[in-house]
Design a protein around this ligand. Structure first.
Ligand code: 2PG
Ligand code: MG
Length: 437
């Protein structure tokens, strides 16, 4: 079913019309995310049901992302969204696309700076959740529009650096574990947890002063180099692979915009004594890392405007995903440009980069059309909302990127376990795993 019901309006006799689920009311409030920053939460009510969502927020924020807050803060955004109540109440909660159009029209800017991206995010997801609750179907089913659901695999952040960790940690922002060979979501999640645990032991063996400190996403924040982090992760992965008996691979989020110096046109690695790499050297560096550590996934290997360079790297790898996050910022127009150039073969999907849920759905449709793998992602400042699990399945994502531990991270993974269990109870089998395209 596509989440929309049809009925015959008795007044209009034979005319079949879609049964919309009108928004009866909504309540917005200021809440806090995992970093203790203010965020907007919205609760939407429809006949007999309600939905709730609160917006996450990033540390490595792309230049072209939706602007989170009107006037730069949450309370002004709250006043703003409330002032549009008469325009939003009555809209169809079950149709993320029409909600997006309404929000865009009210906003009138290209980046939601007038209404606040965090409000657009929370309102659109809370409303979709309310509609799915009213229909008695899971949110992902509403988003899939009749398509077969597939379970994404978890891409887990194990070691952090860059803007997520701090002084002394690696220059690269994230070192990730990907249980590529798992046969089930439960085993995949467990494998990442085992890798995370094992990495701590290895880091401690190497540096007895390692305190077990973690960055924003629950990844270890050790005082080590890129190489030190990769060695520790490789060692942990090979130990866990032996235990679980399936392939686990390394992923990286290089968040290269934070390394890029536009004046000098070099990537600066402060942990390597301020070493600078030209674009060609950066590409070669990434290729060497992929080769040496059999890396399966590299996000933002080049800065956020380097479409041609990303194209070049994409043509030079074999069997490795080159993924745009800050590069595409979940923006359909930017992805169109990337498609023409052939930059990357995977795309991060973060609803709050795009603004409203409908924007992210448009983005995922384009990505799938052009065979970019979709990686639905958390943000470094996140809330305990679990709806990322539904958004991942509902957008056809092959991976869900999140932390491995921490309440706001595990909330998304636990929801996948519930969804899988529900699939088992209702269909007698687990949800099929998403396959790499
Ligand atoms: C990223 C994200 C999530 P942030 O760069 O991919 O890991 O970080 O939310 O800080 O942009
Ligand atoms: Mg990223």
């Amino acid at each position: 079913m596509d989440g929309r019901l049809e009925y015959r309006d008795p007044k209009k006799r034979d005319e079949v019309v879609e049964l919309a689920i009108p928004i009866l009311d909504f309540k917005a409030r200021v809440v806090y995310n995992s970093r203790g920053e203010e965020s907007i939460e919205v609760e939407t009510s429809v006949e007999g049901a309600h939905g709730r969502a609160s917006s996450p927020s990033g540390a490595s924020v792309g230049k072209y992302e939706a602007v989170s807050f009107f006037g730069g803060n949450a309370s002004r955004t709250l006043t703003k969204i409330n002032s549009y109540k008469d325009k939003l109440v009555g809209l169809d909660a079950s149709d993320p696309h029409s909600l997006m159009h309404a929000l865009r029209e009210i906003d009138g800017t290209a980046n939601y700076s007038e209404i606040g991206g965090s409000a657009a995010y929370s309102f659109s997801i809370a409303s979709a959740e309310a509609a799915s609750n009213a229909l008695g179907i899971p949110l992902y089913q509403l988003l899939l529009n009749g398509e077969e659901p597939r379970m994404p695999l978890p891409l887990g952040n194990v070691i952090g650096g860059g803007k997520h960790a701090g002084e002394g940690s690696p220059d690269i922002q994230e070192f990730l574990s990907y249980p590529r060979g798992t046969k089930s979501i439960a085993e995949g999640i467990r494998a990442n947890i085992q890798v995370h645990k094992r990495v701590r032991e290895i880091l401690q063996e190497k540096d007895p002063r390692f305190s077990g400190g973690k960055g924003d996403e629950g990844a270890w924040a050790p005082n080590t180099s890129t190489e030190g982090a990769l060695e520790a992760l490789s060692e942990a992965i090979s130990a866990v692979t032996d235990e679980v008996g399936f392939e686990i691979r390394i992923g990286l989020d290089m968040a290269s915009t934070s390394l890029w110096n536009p004046r000098e046109k070099t990537y600066t690695y402060s942990r390597e004594g301020g070493k600078r790499r030209s674009t060609e050297e950066q590409i070669q560096f990434v290729l060497d890392l992929i080769d040496e550590y059999e890396i399966y996934y590299v996000e933002d290997p080049l800065h956020e405007e380097a479409f041609d360079d990303t194209h070049e790297l994409t043509t030079r790898v074999n069997g490795c995903l080159i993924v745009g996050d800050d590069l595409f910022v979940t923006n359909t127009k930017i992805l169109e440009r990337a498609v023409k150039i052939g930059a990357g073969n995977g795309a991060i999907l973060k609803v709050n980069q795009a603004g409203a849920l409908g924007d992210a759905l448009e983005f995922s449709e384009l990505a799938r059309k052009h065979r970019y793998q979709i990686i639905a992602s958390h943000r470094s400042g996140d809330t305990i909302d679990a709806n990322l699990a539904h958004i991942a399945i509902g957008t056809g994502a092959t991976m869900i990127k999140s932390g491995v531990v921490g309440g706001e991270r595990i909330a998304k993974l636990n929801e996948l376990l519930r969804i899988d269990e529900f699939s088992f109870i209702s269909r007698g089998k687990s949800m099929p795993l998403a396959k790499d395209r």
